[in-house]
Ligand binder design. Structure first.
Ligand code: PCA
Length: 323
């Protein structure tokens, strides 16, 4: 009696320990605020992983650059400081021009184009990240990028001299070619940067415009649909390998579902957020021919510059995209 009670207790205690030792929490830094559809999607991904693994893997989302600042997130995953993270794919353009392809104006402007571009980029980018100790889980696009200003813009000349908010080196190049003055500002800092006069124009999605309450500091949205950039979610390979097979499978399955869901969310965002801009008093304008011609010229120039940097690998990527 005594013996069996003793062993029963010990076994129960050991079982408890085994569960405690197995359960793991992954901190996940992300750059954008909680209301952003990308972040909403990531929370659902985390919930699905927790459900599929019976809580053995909990992913704790740290949004809006609260754990690592946006430019640090890829490095934090690379070094293993965190096992998983999200960032704006084209931020890695300095590592390789392939990362910047989805930030090139007018290369891919519809969701179908964006899907083909991602298919063409995927292997190159997967290989580059693999060499840095990371593995791609999934990527989701932002809605097509439009122009926010405090005045009507009828030509590229109207952008000259404007203090222009940018989010990567490619957009900085665009601003310079347009004769504007670029300043890099992260999304959570947009309202303050405009209200304090550091910037006075930007190109971003209807999502980021509406979530930043663009109507508090801007008046016009010109629907130029210039490119469809993506966020990417990556894991540290060593951290991933430490998971048992069933948990790895659960992560990959939830990631595939998040990618499909994210693309649908992005498409739905486009009209929903343009409507919100309108409801709040932003004048939504179709771009003039003159403006589009000027912007396309800048895009063509940027594509040439990109090709010169991207070499044979870039050419292969473009060929795969244009096939
Ligand atoms: N929002 C993010 C990335 C692209 C977008 O639509 C930003 O403005 O930085």
């Amino acid at each position: 009696m005594f013996v069996s009670r003793y062993f029963g207790g010990a076994i129960a205690a050991l079982a408890g320990l085994a569960v405690a030792a197995q359960a793991e929490t992954w901190d996940m830094p992300t750059p954008y605020p909680d209301a952003t559809f990308h972040t909403v999607n990531i929370h659902q991904f985390a919930d699905e992983v927790a459900a599929a693994t019976d809580g053995a893997l909990e992913i704790k989302v740290h949004s809006a650059g609260s754990l690592f600042k946006h430019p640090e997130i890829s490095k934090a995953v690379r070094s293993g400081q965190v096992p998983i993270g999200e960032f704006f794919l084209s931020l890695l353009a300095n590592d390789n021009p392939a990362f910047a392809a989805d930030g090139l104006p007018f290369l891919a402007t519809s969701y179908d184009d964006a899907e083909r571009l991602w298919a063409a980029q995927k292997d190159v980018i997967g290989g580059l990240l693999d060499a840095q100790g990371m593995m791609v889980l999934y990527a989701v696009p932002w809605p097509p990028q439009g122009l926010y200003t405090t005045d009507e813009v009828n030509s590229v000349a109207d952008l000259a001299g404007l203090k222009f908010r940018t989010n990567n080196a490619t957009l900085e190049e665009f601003a310079n070619l347009a004769g504007a003055a670029p300043t890099q500002i992260e999304v959570p800092d947009i309202p303050q940067a405009f209200s304090t006069g550091r910037v006075e124009a930007m190109i971003t999605s209807p999502s980021t415009g509406a979530n930043s309450k663009a109507w508090d500091f801007l008046t016009h949205y010109t629907d130029i649909q210039a490119w469809i950039p993506k966020n990417i979610i990556v894991v540290n390979k060593r951290a991933f390998r430490r998971l048992d097979d069933a948990t790895q499978a659960a992560v990959l399955e939830a990631a595939a579902a998040a990618e499909t869901r994210g693309w649908e969310m992005s498409k739905a965002e486009t009209s929903a957020k343009v409507a919100i801009l309108r409801e709040n008093g932003i004048t939504v304008v179709e771009p003039s021919e003159e403006l589009m011609t000027g912007l396309r010229e800048i895009g063509a120039q940027m594509l040439e510059n990109w090709k010169a940097k991207a070499g044979a690998e870039g050419e292969a990527l473009l060929n795969a995209y244009q096939d």
